[in-house]
Design a protein around this ligand. Structure first.
Ligand code: GDG
Length: 402
């Protein structure tokens, strides 16, 4: 594919064969690194037949960057699919300013230690001048692993590696706050909100929005909603749970299994607690258009963001940005990166089904004054730290290097 321009940005595609897509993307990226870096919630698979294409594809991305970048240019590499790119670029562009940002967690040493190619991964990440993570915890895990498995020396925030300084730090990502706040107010979205409320029979709305990924805690969340109904204090006539689950990585076995487990569980809850014309769980296995998503954020009385492990989680930030009247309650997992900033949410252990049912009851019966105070505080956090601040902080650090 030839280079092209989109929104004023020049894009140079890097081509992959289907076999490479399988091994590099579905295999090493999504069935080795993804589970390993998310607490090994599912067993990571280690295959040499995936590692070689992963290296090959990383080399090809690095090559494309080298061909387009000048000697002193800044190059910002993103995420777990491209961890080797900083090192490969460094070989050919020793004076470039290279940044690397990991969008997902970086695991503690006991887990990372299993990675058969741990030294190669760390050494190539250390090819960057700035290695950034969502949280301090991830940054510290990385610095520790680097000191353990490479020749790097130094502190948790500054390492020396092969005669260069490498900064290691947390740069929590965020959203375009204004964009979400304003989109939620448009007449088109507001009309949609009214329709959604009516369609759902005026019940209180509990919403969840995730890719259908085993890291997002969807099964435990369904159990919590089921427990809420079992307790009977809030009847199915009074509350509805809407789960939007966006299809993702369907070629990886674990995702197909998760899909059928969730289908079955939703069926069981609706079979037990539903009636003609009354469906307790509305399950959408599809991506919804942006205006609909905004309408759901604006309509939801409670948003449940309960991942078992998540680098950040932007859905939590988008929801609060959409609540300009300060209504709505955010129930948030302790294990999402977002929990470190969004301390006024109702926090939960996403493995604790009873605890989550308690949190849901609490959220649904929260005194409006307390709810508004909490939401206002949450909105301030996101408003004061947007995606532009995130990019500015990272690129600022990259510019300071040398
Ligand atoms: C990775 C890390 C980190 C979702 N459903 C629909 C839809 N979405 C949009 C949301 C949000 C995005 O997708 C999901 O972002 P998250 O941050 O929640 O999660 P991941 O996809 O796992 O992202 C994560 C992130 O990278 C950024 O660094 O926060 O921890 O895992 O923007 O709004 N958008 C539309 N329809 C949908 O149905 N239009």
């Amino acid at each position: 594919v030839a280079p092209f321009t989109h929104d004023g940005i020049n894009i140079r595609p890097v081509g992959l064969s289907y076999a490479e897509l399988d091994a590099f993307y579905h295999g090493f990226s999504n069935a080795t690194i993804w589970p390993l870096y998310h607490d090994s919630i599912r067993a990571p698979q280690f295959h040499r037949r995936w590692w070689h294409p992963y290296r090959e594809v990383n080399m090809r991305f690095a090559q494309a960057a080298v061909e387009t970048a000048g000697e002193h240019d800044s190059i910002w590499v993103h995420d777990y699919q491209l961890q080797l790119v900083p090192g490969y670029v460094r070989m050919h562009r020793p004076k470039a300013h290279i940044g690397f940002f990991l969008h997902i967690p970086f695991p503690p040493e006991e887990l990372f230690a299993k990675m058969p190619w741990r030294a190669a991964i760390l050494e190539n990440m250390l090819g960057a001048d700035v290695v950034g993570f969502q949280t301090k915890l991830a940054a510290n895990n990385f610095a520790r692993a680097a000191r353990m498995y490479t020749s790097a020396k130094g502190s948790d925030t500054q390492l020396q590696f092969e005669g260069r300084k490498v900064r290691v730090n947390a740069y929590p990502i965020s959203i375009d706050y204004e964009h979400y706040e304003q989109s939620a107010r448009t007449p088109e979205v507001q009309e949609h909100v009214a329709r959604v409320r009516e369609d759902l029979g005026g019940r209180r709305i509990v919403l969840a929005v995730d890719r259908l990924d085993y890291t997002k805690g969807i099964e435990f969340r369904l159990r919590a909603f089921e427990e809420l109904l079992r307790r009977g204090r809030i009847p199915p006539e009074g509350v509805v749970f809407v789960q939007i689950a966006v299809p993702t990585r369907e070629k990886v076995d674990e995702y197909a299994d998760l899909r059928s487990d969730v289908n079955e569980h939703v069926g069981r809850i609706n079979g037990t607690y539903g009636a003609i014309g009354l469906t307790p769980v509305h399950y959408i296995y599809n991506s919804v258009p942006f205006t609909e998503l905004m309408a759901m954020y604006a309509a939801a009385d409670v948003l449940m963001v309960t991942p078992l492990r998540d680098g950040m989680n932007l859905v939590a930030k988008e929801y609060v940005a959409a609540r300009s009247d300060n209504s709505g309650v955010l129930v948030l997992s302790e294990f999402a990166g977002a929990a470190l900033e969004m301390t006024q949410a109702v926090t939960v252990n996403p493995y604790d089904v009873d605890g989550m049912a308690d949190a849901l009851e609490r959220a649904l019966s929260m005194d409006p004054g307390e709810g508004k105070r909490r939401m206002a505080a949450l909105r301030r956090v996101v408003q004061r730290h947007t995606v532009y601040d995130w990019a500015g902080a990272f690129l600022g650090a990259l510019g300071e290097n040398e």
